[in-house]
Design a protein around this ligand. Structure first.
Ligand SMILES: Cc1cc2nc3c(=O)[nH]c(=O)nc-3n(C[C@H](O)[C@H](O)[C@H](O)COP(=O)(O)OP(=O)(O)OC[C@H]3O[C@@H](n4cnc5c(N)ncnc54)[C@H](O)[C@@H]3O)c2cc1C
Length: 553
């Protein structure tokens, strides 16, 4: 934590140097001593400290300064640091102004110049005030601060990005937090241009793209080398497992992840069926451990970075990334999982990010406090989200088009939901419209059997309506099924014949696609089991076949 500051202000440089010297001698170990030779200069310095969220313990200002008196300075300084102690350096003639300041700006003390000897006339007063300040001091949050409107989609995207990349941040809602105005002024940012992200070094970004935030927090989006033995597209459980095995077995391995490592699993508030964690663990925790393990073995991870295309150059695979850069490899593992389908109803798209979210969006749970939240979908992911939200929202309602949860959800979750008083399940019900101006305010529901509609107040809607693979970027290079899942191994053989264009004298390996050296693992692979453990297993096993492929090329 940064040392708290004691700020001395005096236009007479000789006096200022003497004050600084005496302060440093007595308090330099515990406090940072800062001097300014004008009120305006001191206020500039304070604004920088405010941007960095560094604490200020005490102001010591000379009353007699030409452009701005000590009292005038203090009255502006305390607006920036309201808990700092206020001391005025005065001459005899200033006594009246100092006494007035006790009432006007709650001046803590006024000292007569000269203050020699400081042991008698300066330190006892200041030490007493500093002890008082320390007793009430609560260290401020020193990480990244994000200022925005509660219902801003861009603000939500930044929060979600930081949370999923496990970067601690503090969210400051412009409407609820009184300090945000000063912070924006100190940063020179207009309240109309939110969200603003302020970093611990005092720098800031206005309405930043995620790649800019990523760069500031030290995430890598550019590959170190032009070519790798193994490139893995997707940093979910399958991709991370492959990263651990690939690098630990000596392959130069790169993972490219579009959003944040962890994939769908990172959205899970509590994974209860993963081997070795009898009391469960959160998806973010699993992702954090997996990233640490993969990078420890030397896997490079690019995030946020998206793969948008792939071409073959002989046996080499050349990937195009969203920023236009390219990276090549011997073997490619596609582990891009699946993504939630969009809910097609009027109002939904416009309010996405402003009360309507795809997936669990755990960062938004707090905003449902005391309000009504709805969940669309009846799978395990919807059930977990309902359990998590029930700790915040007044009422959580799960909407399912089927006859209940039994056909799609694990029994342990159905039991937990049944035992939670503020979760209701509405079967045979769908969402046909969403209403709200700045944010979601109401939903129109319809009965699947009756067609009757009803409009209900709603603060949040979380959508979990089935998922589809996003494999368009592979165009027609590899064979996919009708839904877009990648066909591998024996699924590619038709009446014993190998896929068209297959050039090798062997069948495709179990996780290998219709192109030799391009593999698929996890949810994106056709007919895979859509679970974390199976994705981890497939990613790990795929590396064995990558070795066999590399040995034969
Ligand atoms: C809320 C929720 C809770 C769940 N709970 C459980 C549970 O308790 N137990 C369980 O066993 N399973 C659970 N699942 C299912 C499980 O999470 C998935 O089966 C598993 O994550 C699949 O892993 P994967 O690596 O194949 O794909 P994913 O986890 O989908 O990861 C794929 C990754 O690829 C990235 N990506 C996609 N396209 C690109 C591209 N072009 N370029 C770069 N990156 C790309 C994505 O951003 C994503 O991070 C849950 C799923 C959800 C959504």
């Amino acid at each position: 934590m940064a040392k708290p500051t004691i700020l001395a202000v005096d236009d007479d440089r000789v006096v200022l140097a003497a004050v600084e010297r005496d302060l440093r001698r007595q308090y330099g170990k515990e406090y940072r001593i800062l001097g300014a030779d004008s009120g305006a200069g001191a206020l500039d310095a304070l604004r920088q400290l405010q941007l960095r969220n560094h604490p200020v313990a005490l102001f010591l200002a000379d009353q007699r300064m030409p452009q701005m008196t000590g009292v005038e300075f203090l009255s502006q300084a305390i607006a920036l640091f309201p808990t700092a102690k206020r001391v005025l350096l005065t001459a005899y003639a200033d006594t009246e102004a100092a006494i007035r300041a006790i009432n006007d700006i709650r001046l803590d003390h006024y000292l007569m110049k000269p203050w020699d000897p400081p042991e008698e006339r300066l330190y006892p007063v200041l030490s007493d005030l500093l002890a008082d300040w320390q007793a009430q001091f609560r260290p401020a949050f020193e990480g990244i601060r994000v200022i925005g409107h509660q219902w801003s989609a861009q603000g939500h995207a930044i929060k979600d990005f930081l949370a999923r990349n496990q970067v601690p941040y503090q969210w400051l809602d412009i409407e609820a937090d009184t300090t945000t105005g000063q912070l924006l002024a100190a940063a020179g940012a207009a309240p109309a241009s939110l969200p603003v992200v302020i970093f611990p070094d005092g720098s800031h970004l206005v309405q930043p793209a995620l790649a800019q935030v990523a760069e500031k927090v030290g995430l890598r989006t550019q590959a170190r080398a032009p070519f790798y033995d193994l490139v893995i597209v997707g940093g979910g459980p399958a991709g991370l497992a492959a990263g651990v095995y690939g690098a630990s077995e000596g392959l130069r391995t790169l993972i490219i992840e579009r959003e944040a490592p962890g994939g769908q699993a990172a959205q899970s508030s509590r994974i209860e069926n993963y081997l070795g964690f009898p009391v469960g663990l959160s998806g973010l925790d699993l992702a954090r451990r997996a990233v640490a393990q993969a990078t420890r073995f030397g896997t490079e991870i690019l995030t946020p970075q998206e793969v948008t295309g792939v071409q073959l150059n002989g046996r080499y695979k050349l990937l195009t990334l969203a920023d236009g850069s390219e990276v090549g490899c011997h073997a490619l593992l596609v582990a891009t999982g699946v993504q939630y389908r969009k809910l097609d109803a009027p109002g939904v798209e416009a309010l996405t990010g402003a009360g309507i979210y795809y997936g669990a969006a755990m960062t938004e749970a707090l905003s449902t406090k005391g309000q009504d939240a709805y969940i669309v979908g009846g799978g395990n992911s919807a059930g977990q989200a309902a359990m998590y939200l029930s700790g915040f929202a007044r009422q959580v309602t799960i909407l399912v088009r089927g006859y209940g949860l039994a056909e799609s959800m694990s029994q342990y979750l159905i039991d937990q939901i049944g035992a939670t008083s503020n979760i209701a399940v509405r079967a045979r019900t769908g969402v046909v419209a969403a209403q709200g101006t700045a944010n979601l305010e109401a939903l129109t529901l319809t009965g699947v059997d009756t067609g009757a509609t009803e409009t209900v107040p709603a603060a949040a809607l979380f959508i979990f309506i089935g998922a589809a693979p996003r494999t368009e970027w592979l165009s027609d290079l590899v064979e996919r099924d009708k839904q877009g899942f990648i066909l591998t191994g024996s699924d590619l053989l038709r009446e014993g014949k190998r896929p068209r264009g297959w050039s090798l004298g062997r069948d495709p390996y179990w996780p290998e696609s219709s192109v030799p050296g391009i593999f698929a693992a996890g949810d994106v692979r056709a007919r895979s089991v859509k679970r974390i453990a199976s994705a981890v297993g497939e990613g790990s096993m795929a590396v064995q076949f990558v070795h066999q492929y590399l040995a034969s090329t």
